[in-house]
Design a protein. Structure first.
Length: 394
């Protein structure tokens, strides 16, 4: 896949003027009075594709029973070492094993839920160091290291930690207090400490972050700010009237989703090369994920929305592949690509967790090749304070 920017639209420090709206990153902007506009809020298969139900190319493998899992909404998900981690409004962290059983595909608890003391608002697994970082609503960050087993509590943010990522062994946290903090490892203690002063985000409270080309893109309530990590200074801001809800990097371009259902694509310089306004029933964005279709071998972007809807678009054409509902009226809060056989997980505001798989039309899932992303479960050891503690350890 290759997107080539056309050079139109504003880049950093140019006020964030809107680019012409095209059908795809290569199309010319529509013009003239004869152009038909899709009416917002009206069902339109051309805007969001067909509904993907039974017998379609999308198969639902698993729907977690209401007697399992979180007592409230699920805010975030991540995956590491073959396990799925979910954080919820019930102030708990759950660890899940996944795989085939005689009763079909199942998610099973790896250990009892871990009480976090505050709603879990973001998760980040760092594979090389085996750290799991959990951002909390009260501004704290809790870290759990698998090897050697240890815990960290990082304090500094004054409001919820909405986004976490690790770049060059530095933990970066973005918060609703409007700041970004950098945490570095102390070689003497093996723990983390805040590096310098927090970075004030010009685009306001932070919702999401993503790295691209050694620049940190920060999506906030008032737009997107790009930070140069070599100087720790903002390069510029692309202002927006609507909150930025998600950022996804794809082959040198950044895709941004907005609260009102809008989607934009920017090149590395911050020039807007594509914009899709709210259309049909796609009038909100609450989660986003990029993945490959295992049969068509095409990249797709999955946009989670209010009321449990998800719409998938083929890239780079941005053609709607179709839409589906996870749990009715449960806002989609997280989508997680497991990067194997077209499988992905969804989580919603009502605590629902589901597993889906793309395949061929007719409901035949793609079995995929290679090692399963889900390692064999370690059983249900009694874990209280850490997901990595040995059985029976408090």
């Amino acid at each position: 896949m290759s997107w080539e920017g056309k050079g139109y639209g504003a880049g950093w420090n140019r006020g964030g003027a809107s680019a012409p709206v095209g059908r795809n990153p290569f199309a010319s902007a529509p013009s003239g009075p004869g152009q038909q506009q899709c009416q917002v809020g009206v069902p339109d298969e051309a805007a969001t594709g067909p509904m993907l139900g039974k017998g379609s190319e999308l198969q639902r493998l698993y729907n977690m029973p209401p007697t399992m899992g979180h007592d409230g909404g699920v805010n975030c998900m991540t995956m590491g070492d073959g396990k799925v981690y979910t954080g919820g409004r019930d102030e708990k962290l759950f660890v899940w094993n996944a795989g085939q059983t005689p009763n079909g595909f199942q998610l099973t608890q790896d250990c009892p839920p871990i009480a976090m003391g505050s709603s879990v608002t973001s998760l980040c697994w760092e594979d090389s160091s085996k750290w799991l970082f959990c951002g909390l609503w009260n501004g704290e960050i809790r870290g759990f290291c698998k090897s050697p087993i240890k815990e960290e509590r990082l304090q500094g943010h004054r409001r919820s930690v909405a986004s976490l990522l690790v770049h060059s062994s530095v933990l970066i946290s973005g918060s609703n207090d409007g700041t970004v903090r950098l945490w570095t490892c102390n070689p003497q203690t093996g723990g983390f400490q805040c590096h310098g002063n927090p970075l004030t985000n010009p685009s306001g409270p932070v919702n999401c972050m993503k790295m691209m080309n050694d620049s940190l893109w920060v999506g906030g309530h008032n737009g997107i700010t790009n930070f140069d990590l070599s100087t720790l200074q903002p390069k510029g801001t692309l202002p927006s009237q609507h909150q930025v809800t998600g950022l996804v990097e794809c082959q040198g371009f950044m895709l941004a989703t907005y609260r009102n259902g809008e989607i934009k694509i920017f090149d590395a310089s911050g020039s807007e090369i594509f914009s899709r306004p709210p259309a049909g029933e796609h009038t909100s964005n609450t989660a986003v994920e990029m993945m490959m279709h295992p049969v068509a071998n095409k990249p797709m972007v999955l946009c989670g929305q209010q009321f449990g809807y998800i719409t998938a678009y083929d890239l780079p054409e941005f053609r709607p592949r179709g839409s589906f509902v996870c749990k009715d009226r449960s806002d989609t809060k997280a989508i997680l690509d497991v990067k194997s056989g077209g499988m992905f997980l969804t989580a919603g505001f009502h605590g629902d967790i589901m597993v889906f798989q793309w395949g061929a039309p007719g409901g035949q899932g793609c079995q995929g090749t290679g090692v399963s992303p889900f390692a064999p479960g370690a059983g249900g050891g009694m874990v209280a304070s850490s997901p990595f503690a040995p059985s029976g350890m408090a």
